[in-house]
Design a protein around this ligand. Structure first.
Ligand SMILES: [Mn+2]
Length: 330
């Protein structure tokens, strides 16, 4: 059963009453997933609560410095209901995307779940749900909640939460950047968030091999279609091997397609280890949103940034299916 979406004031009061929680986020965590999960743990610790974060996968290298000093479990506890008051799921829109690791059932009935997110269409099964699609990042919602319940924001929490806002807004370039987003970021800077550390780690630390990988992706594996309005990169496994590049670190690769003049829709396709095709989608034009497109293929996300995983087809087959859907928009 999906619970009704709670008012943020009510949800913040639920958060205030929790003393000892386990925080979870989505598989293949991005900057907002990590910033929100680790930031919420830091926030709670700074306000006399206990919080651990469950991260069964390795943290992408560029985010690793942000995880230092946070209590992280890499293996799910067998009986979380004995150890914790509740689970808090942040920035994750679907039950099957909750990164819990082996032996951990999700959703579950034996422990309360608080679900905090900004993805429209969030369907995580939880006792309490607070989804605010107008927030640029889940981290932004967490700051608003902290303010509502008068929690202190420590410099560490501020840095982690600002990481979430900066990455989900593409450093305040995307259309989800609202006055409230900038005010929230300003507040985090007032609380000594280390903005320079975030910018250095996220934007000025690309490994040379990734830069070369990106160049070859753009030059050899990208097709411009529909009069240059659609840029699609199909990444063969050999390219990853050549540069020893792990697509787990490829969160921002699609930006080099989106930044091309005239492109309205950008797509990036690669094959996952279990032989499915993962598609990332971005739109630059509100008239051609990619959220509905992703949902029509069984995926999800935001209107301007979405994704879908297709089984039962190879890269070229997936690219053809996608082109068919894109042709309805362009
Ligand atoms: Mn997010």
């Amino acid at each position: 059963m999906i619970t009704r979406n709670l008012d943020i004031v009510y949800a913040a009061d639920i958060l205030r009453q929790l003393d000892n929680v386990l925080i979870l986020t989505h598989v293949k965590p991005d900057g907002d997933a990590l910033g929100s999960a680790l930031g919420l743990a830091a926030l709670m610790r700074g306000n006399m609560r206990h919080a651990k974060v469950l991260l069964p996968e390795p943290v992408p290298e560029k985010y690793r410095i942000f995880a230092e000093g946070v209590d992280i479990l890499t293996q799910a506890p067998e009986n979380p209901e004995d150890e914790f008051d509740a689970l808090i799921v942040v920035d994750c829109a679907a039950n099957e995307r909750v990164a819990a690791g082996a032996g951990f059932d999700f959703p579950r009935e034996d422990i309360s779940i608080l679900n905090i997110d900004h993805h429209p269409g969030n369907a995580v099964k939880a006792e309490w749900t607070c989804v605010l699609p107008e927030a640029a990042a889940t981290a932004e919602i967490l700051v608003r909640m902290a303010n509502l319940i008068d929690w202190d924001i420590t410099p560490q929490a501020a840095t982690l939460l600002l990481l979430g806002i900066i990455t989900d807004t593409g450093c305040f370039r995307f259309s989800n950047t609202k006055p409230e987003t900038l005010r929230t970021a300003a507040e985090l800077l007032e609380n000594d968030a280390d903005q320079a550390m975030i910018i250095d780690a996220v934007y000025f630390s690309m490994p040379r091999s990734q830069q070369l990988f990106t160049a070859e992706m753009v030059q050899t594996h990208t097709v411009l279609d529909f009069d240059g309005q659609y840029a699609c990169a199909v990444i063969p496994e050999e390219l990853c091997k050549k540069y020893q590049f792990n697509m787990r670190d490829g969160e921002t690769l699609i930006e080099s397609l989106r930044e091309i003049r005239g492109v309205k829709i950008a797509a990036l396709l690669y094959q996952t280890a279990d032989k499915k095709v993962k598609i990332s989608l971005r739109s630059k034009d509100p008239e051609t949103p990619v959220g509905p497109l992703a949902r029509s293929l069984g995926g999800g996300g935001h209107e301007m940034a979405a994704g879908v995983t297709l089984g039962d087809c190879d890269l070229q087959g997936a690219a053809a299916i996608l082109r068919g859907e894109v042709s309805k928009l362009l």
